[in-house]
Write a protein that binds this ligand. Structure first.
Ligand code: IMP
Length: 419
């Protein structure tokens, strides 16, 4: 299929990096359409581990890699990852950056951190990379875009205008040090020289690639339930993480998308605060975290772990129009004799539903209804899955009415079973 969206179907960290890396081998262009350095991708390829935050996962395989207008960019992180590519023998000229993407400025990071501290027990648990404040300024039309760095006069003027307001907030509301104009303007003028070679009209580039019949992969960051409109608000990120975001974030029409692959872990994890019906209580949660290496790529935080939630996954199938599923990390479940899968929620008052509750209070109090499947307690190495593991996969397919086309059986690039 010429253009495919790969989207996280849970709360992020589903192992999208690995699936994108795999598909990128046969793609001509790989694009990121939303988010910024809050997204952590871990890719294990050729014995080397890559941890990327800002770049599309496709860079690892040397594919043309686009960062679209819907993304937010931390210039320092971007340039550090450019250096990393060079160090590891990949020509960074494969990276193409939209001039319409917004820059995460130092005040965004400071405000994200200070506002989380201020919220105390009510905090979102953000990655503290300035994501929310950058998207807020974009919506308020006072953001600074990547293209602004091309004109030092405009850049300085925009920074000056922004600081006049942000410094009042920083000092008076958050009680932190103000940011000094001269040093900052000089630093960003320096970035300008280094960013310039990567800038291009990415909407045009991607549209042309699709018209020419090239294989284009559009890579979602985070996960469906972190979507700003459809996720578990306010415990979400600040951009559209669903597949539809690929159109607006890159600048292509919906008729250009051919298929949507949803990546879901064989269990569920969540980072940060917010409701999580299938979260495991007791030592099995620690066991799952250790076995699955469930610690944040960006923040190193422990991920909360739970059993597979088919109510939430059914919702993700709907929100994204998922046409096939990649079920990752099935190997981790081999450690459990019995594997519960959530097939419905019990709501307050006792009613059962297999659809994701529209009202947040219903979701907060939803209790999982489990069907317990047999475990398989053997490694998933060969061409075929052990019977019980195959039944697990078929159970997911049956309840979601979507094919599971890939099964992740280990961290390495090769450890994927194509069905
Ligand atoms: P922000 O994107 O840094 O503003 O964080 C908002 C919420 O999204 C928090 O709950 C984060 O833990 C979560 N989040 C953001 N990026 C990721 C990710 O890549 N994986 C998992 N959770 C994420």
């Amino acid at each position: 299929m010429p253009s495919t969206v790969v989207v996280g179907a849970q709360w992020g960290d589903e192992g999208k990096g690995k699936i994108v890396d795999l598909l990128a081998q046969e793609s001509d262009v790989v694009c990121r359409y939303q988010g910024g350095p809050n997204a952590g991708h871990t890719i294990v390829a050729g014995g080397a581990t890559w941890k990327l935050r800002q770049m599309p996962s496709g860079v690892v395989s040397g594919t043309t890699s686009v960062i679209g207008a819907g993304c937010v960019v931390d210039a320092q992180v971007f340039l550090d990852e450019i250096d990393l590519l060079r160090e590891r023998g990949i020509d960074p000229s494969i990276v193409v950056l939209s001039g319409n993407a917004h820059l995460i400025m130092p005040w965004h990071v400071t405000i994200d951190q200070a506002s989380e501290r201020r919220l105390g027990s009510l905090q979102i648990g953000t990655t503290r990379r300035g994501i929310g404040p950058t998207y807020a300024d974009k919506a308020s039309r006072i953001g600074i875009r990547v293209q602004d760095v091309l004109d030092p006069k405009i850049l300085r003027q925009k920074i000056e205008v922004a600081l006049a307001e942000k410094n009042v907030w920083l000092e008076r509301v958050y009680g932190v040090e103000p940011i000094e104009l001269e040093e900052l303007a000089a630093r960003y003028e320096g970035y300008a020289q280094r960013l310039r070679p990567y800038l291009a009209d990415t909407s045009l580039l991607v549209d042309r690639a699709i018209r020419e019949g090239k294989q284009v992969l559009l890579e979602g960051a985070h996960g469906t339930l972190l979507d700003i409109d459809h996720g578990t608000y306010p415990f979400v990120t600040s951009s559209p993480t669903v597949a539809g975001g690929a159109c607006t974030g890159i600048g292509i029409g919906p008729t250009r998308i051919d298929s949507v692959i949803g990546v879901a872990k064989a269990y569920v994890t969540r980072v940060g605060a917010g409701p999580f019906p299938t979260e495991i209580e007791g030592p099995d949660q620690d066991r799952m975290r250790e076995l699955g290496g469930e610690f944040g790529t960006v923040t190193g935080r422990e991920r909360r772990c739970g059993w597979l939630d088919l109510v939430a996954l059914r919702c993700a199938v709907r929100l994204n129009g998922i046409t096939s599923i990649a079920l990752t990390k099935l190997d981790v479940l081999a450690a459990f004799d019995r594997v519960p899968v959530c097939t419905a929620y019990e709501l307050r008052g006792g009613a059962r539903t297999d659809e994701f509750p529209e009202h947040q209070s219903d979701f907060h109090s939803a209790r999982p209804v489990y069907e317990v499947l047999d475990g398989w307690s053997s490694e998933l190495g060969g061409e075929e899955l052990p019977d019980a593991a195959r039944r697990y996969v078929e159970f997911v397919e049956k309840l979601l009415d979507v094919e599971v086309s890939w099964v992740g059986t280990g961290a390495e690039r090769e450890q994927v079973l194509v069905r």
